[in-house]
Design a protein around this ligand. Structure first.
Ligand SMILES: NC(=O)c1ccc[n+]([C@@H]2O[C@H](COP(=O)([O-])OP(=O)(O)OC[C@H]3O[C@@H](n4cnc5c(N)ncnc54)[C@H](OP(=O)(O)O)[C@@H]3O)[C@@H](O)[C@H]2O)c1
Length: 333
């Protein structure tokens, strides 16, 4: 396979974004980081768009930004960065941004979902750019302040101006990503692999693997605290090591017992049934079935999301975590 194109600061012209008026819509995990990093990279004309009663409004104002509604922020902006949660993109676009965005402006997304699945269908005169830094917002900000950056997935969905590529590189470099690597891909590749990865591995898979293994040990009579350490707490130690050294590198640093057991058991835990489930998940992601389910729940007021969130907080493994945090707290008393 041909490696994807990678860009660094030397490939990006920061003066492009410095000369633009940028509206950052949403001031949460990504929005705040984008606004602050852009400003510190020399973008002088930034406004923030939020709902009237937004709880993040005070944060944006304390950071020194002028805050207005999304529609007001969009008027006159050269670049509109949509940094609100994905389920809100459809209505925000239709109600506030599409009526206000000026001809020839650029739209920036941190995740390809709403464009890939047609929740947002940008007009033909607009540039449409993906700027998806690979990190949680506050961490991206911390690294930026330390003079470092995170990788960024970057893509151009629509190049109405003929300048979208250079503008996108300039924007992602202003986030600090040119210090690490701006990797060019497509909205579809970023979005579909992101949904698959978070459902199968990062969030869905890990949650059920950890909780399922913890529950199995407790049901077999092992003390919950011991099960918590072995199935949950040490996960961070091992994944930190994998992150730093790669999977094989980490395996060279764990005990032979752990390594050999992993070779024998990993393929049994991830058997044919799990692989078939991965095929199903990927098909649901690609067909749009997952996004339709997501939006149906959102349109109903998110009852399923909220019920599942509540149930997760009540799992026994959470109580053990709280108990051990309280035990650790006693040391400080
Ligand atoms: N979290 C991450 O680190 C991460 C990583 C990569 C990509 N992304 C992508 O980045 C985008 C933003 O996600 P996020 O996690 O940063 O969101 P978030 O932390 O939940 O913040 C959302 C922000 O949008 C505001 N908002 C919500 N609905 C709005 C509306 N209709 N009009 C104006 N403002 C509205 C919220 O304000 P109030 O709630 O205060 O009103 C809040 O300031 C998404 O596309 C996401 O997939 C996120």
């Amino acid at each position: 396979m041909t490696p994807l194109p990678v860009f660094h600061d030397r490939d990006c012209d920061l003066s492009i974004i410095r000369g633009k008026r940028v509206a950052v819509i949403g001031y949460g995990s990504q929005g705040r980081t984008h606004a602050l990093n852009l400003r510190d990279s020399g973008v002088a004309d930034i406004v923030v768009g939020l709902k009237a009663g937004s709880k993040t409004r005070a944060v944006a104002e304390a950071d020194g930004f002028e805050v207005m509604t999304a529609g007001e922020a969009t008027v006159g902006a050269d670049v509109v960065a949509i940094m609100v949660s994905d389920e809100a993109h459809r209505d925000l676009w239709a109600d506030e941004i599409e009526p206000a965005i000026k001809p020839g402006a650029a739209l920036i997304f941190a995740h390809g979902l709403s464009v890939r699945f047609g929740l947002v269908q940008p007009r033909a005169d607009l540039d449409v750019i993906l700027a998806s830094p690979k990190g949680i917002g506050p961490r991206i900000r911390d690294l930026y302040e330390e003079g470092q950056g995170v990788f960024c997935l970057f893509g151009v969905h629509q190049d109405a101006s003929g300048k979208a590529h250079a503008l996108g590189l300039s924007y992602t470099a202003a986030l600090g990503c040119g210090r690490k690597g701006i990797i060019e891909t497509t909205f579809a590749a970023e979005c579909e692999s992101d949904l698959f990865g978070e459902q199968v591995v990062l969030c869905g898979g890990v949650k059920d693997l950890v909780d399922g293994a913890f529950t199995k040990l407790v049901e077999a009579g092992y003390p919950p605290e011991v099960a918590w350490f072995e199935c949950f707490y040490e996960l961070k130690l091992v994944t930190d090591l994998m992150f730093e050294k790669g999977i094989a590198g980490a395996f060279g640093r764990i005990s032979n017992t752990a390594e050999y057991g992993a070779y024998l058991t990993g393929p049994r835990v991830l058997g044919e049934a799990s692989k078939a489930a991965m095929d199903e998940v990927l098909a649901e992601v690609r067909s749009g079935a997952f996004v339709r389910t997501l939006m149906a729940d959102y349109d109903a007021g998110s009852p399923d999301l909220l019920a599942r969130r509540k149930a997760l907080g009540e799992r026994p493994i959470e109580a053990v975590g709280r108990h051990l945090a309280e035990v650790a707290g006693r040391f400080k008393e």
